[in-house]
Structure formats: structure tokens, C-alpha cells
Design a protein around this ligand. Structure first.
Ligand SMILES: Nc1ncnc2c1ncn2[C@@H]1O[C@H](COP(=O)(O)OP(=O)(O)OP(=O)(O)O)[C@@H](O)[C@H]1O
Length: 241
């Protein structure tokens, strides 16, 4: 069976900025994969190239054995992309939001309502999206990305800005998603998050992948104490500048 993701030589330039500079990587099916890097390292652009949201200048990405560019509607149904909370439809309740996403995929309302329950938002179903807390809005955006039961899920900094309890709740949810057989790819600024959740991480800087491996193996290979040290040693930078 093909990989969940195979990327080969991806490059993307914005004016003078080489945002992604020859990224090749492989993600196995069922894997929980993290992309780490300092601000501006090229994580988000890499995700967008993988997802087929942007056209690479060079290189190719295959998702589930299919090229992600040019976009293929049949492939899009099989992947889930978490959009920022600001991408919600205005003034709809949580239930209306997720039912709207579900309708785009021809998914039944009852399934959409069930997904709200899965992310722990059943009690907030009648709350308008702008009245949800930060953590609740993040969970709603993840529920919307999952409503069509994608095999491969992309999450860009899903827990940024959440309080510690909300982060832990979201970690539980992400583990559940992954243990149900889905492949999960996320970017994060939090080393503890990467250590806790990810089977493997790719450390990026200046548009390149510097090193890939299970967090614990990277710590051993580089003979340091923590993933944070790995990050510092590879990039020469603190992960939050
Ligand atoms: N649409 C765009 N137009 C111009 N430059 C861009 C665009 N998107 C990203 N860049 C630039 O490309 C580089 C990589 O950005 P990217 O957002 O991919 O990094 P990142 O690792 O996700 O950063 P962060 O952790 O801050 O989100 C940065 O220098 C950024 O300013």
C-alpha cells in the first residue's frame, strides 16, 4: 500500500523568500507526524503544498497515492484540512456550522451532530461560533475538518493559544482520531506536544527539512536531554522568538 504522503523536492518562492527549499518526506499510513520549526521556517507553506492548496514551483506531493496538484476532487474528499476559526461562516451556531460543512460533502446531519459530540461540543451546539471559547472554536474547526471521515488529516498549530487544560483535552481528541486509523500531520510550536503525540517529527528551518525521526531517537542521536535541545541544536534558535 502506498504511503499516506510522499513529497519529493518541493519548492516554493514568494518574491525574494524561498519559503520551501527542496522538501522531501514520507509519512506512513496511520502515523502521527509533526512538523517543527521556528517562525518563518516554512511549515505552513509545506503543509499547503502537501494539501494541494498551493501549486509548488517544483517538486511533487502524493497523498494516498494520488498527486495533490492539480487538485483532484476525489482526493479532497479523502483528506481533512483544519481551517482557522476565522474561516467559519458568520453568525451560525456550532451545529449549523458543522451541518453546513457536512452538506458540502453530502454527509447526513445526524453524522455531523455526532461529530460535535465526539469533540465534546454537544452542549454548545446552539452557541454561535463567535461566542465559543478559544478551545471550543478550535475543537469545532477540527470537527469540521473531520466531518467527512477523512483518511488523512492536516492540522496547523491546533493548540496555539489554548490554556493547558484545553490543550490536554485536544490532545486526547487527536489521539482518538489517530488511534481510529487516520494519519495525522500537525505543525506545532510546542515541544511537549510533539513529544507526547508524534510518532515522528521533521525539524525544519529555512525551508529545508534538517532531520526526521521519533522524538526519543532524535534526543539520543544528538546526545541531548530533550526535544527542545534537539530543536536548539539543529536550528540554533529557540522555538519561540
Ligand atoms: N503568501 C505569502 N506571501 C509572501 N511571503 C510568504 C507567504 N507565505 C509565507 N511567506 C513567507 O515564507 C516564509 C515561510 O513562511 P511559513 O508561514 O511557511 O512559515 P512557518 O514555519 O509556518 O512560520 P510560523 O511558525 O511563523 O507560522 C516566511 O518568510 C514568510 O514570511
Amino acid at each position: 500500500m502506498s504511503n499516506a504522503i510522499t513529497a519529493d523536492g518541493l519548492r516554493k518562492r514568494y518574491g525574494e523568500t524561498q519559503a520551501v527549499d527542496g522538501v522531501s518526506l514520507e509519512v506512513q499510513r496511520g502515523e502521527f507526524y509533526g512538523i517543527l520549526g521556528p517562525n518563518g521556517a516554512g511549515k505552513t507553506t509545506t503543509m499547503e503544498l502537501l494539501e494541494g492548496l498551493r501549486e509548488p514551483d517544483e517538486g511533487t506531493a502524493h497523498l494516498l497515492g494520488t498527486p495533490s496538484w492539480p487538485r483532484d476532487p476525489a482526493l479532497l474528499r479523502r483528506i481533512g484540512v483544519q481551517l482557522q476559526a476565522s474561516a467559519f461562516f458568520e453568525r451560525l451556531t456550532a451545529r449549523e456550522q458543522i451541518r453546513t460543512f457536512a452538506a458540502l460533502y453530502g454527509i447526513e446531519e445526524s453524522h455531523a451532530d455526532g461529530m460535535l459530540e465526539t469533540v465534546g461540543l454537544a452542549e454548545k451546539a446552539d452557541t454561535r461560533e463567535d461566542k465559543l471559547s478559544g478551545g471550543q472554536a478550535q475543537r469545532l474547526s477540527i470537527a469540521c475538518a473531520l466531518v467527512h471521515d477523512p483518511e488523512l488529516v492536516f492540522l496547523d498549530e491546533p493548540t496555539t493559544g489554548l490554556d493547558p487544560q484545553a490543550r490536554r483535552n485536544l490532545w486526547d481528541l487527536l489521539r482518538t482520531i489517530n488511534s481510529s486509523g487516520r494519519t495525522v500531520v500537525l505543525t506545532t510550536h510546542y515541544m511537549d506536544e510533539a513529544e507526547t503525540l508524534c510518532d515522528r517529527v521533521a525539524v525544519m528551518d529555512h525551508g529545508k527539512v534538517l532531520r526526521v525521526g521519533p522524538p526519543r531517537s532524535l534526543v539520543q542521536e544528538l546526545e541531548v536531554d530533550t526535544l527542545e535541545d534537539v530543536f536548539l541544536q539543529l536550528t540554533g534558535r529557540e522555538y519561540r522568538e
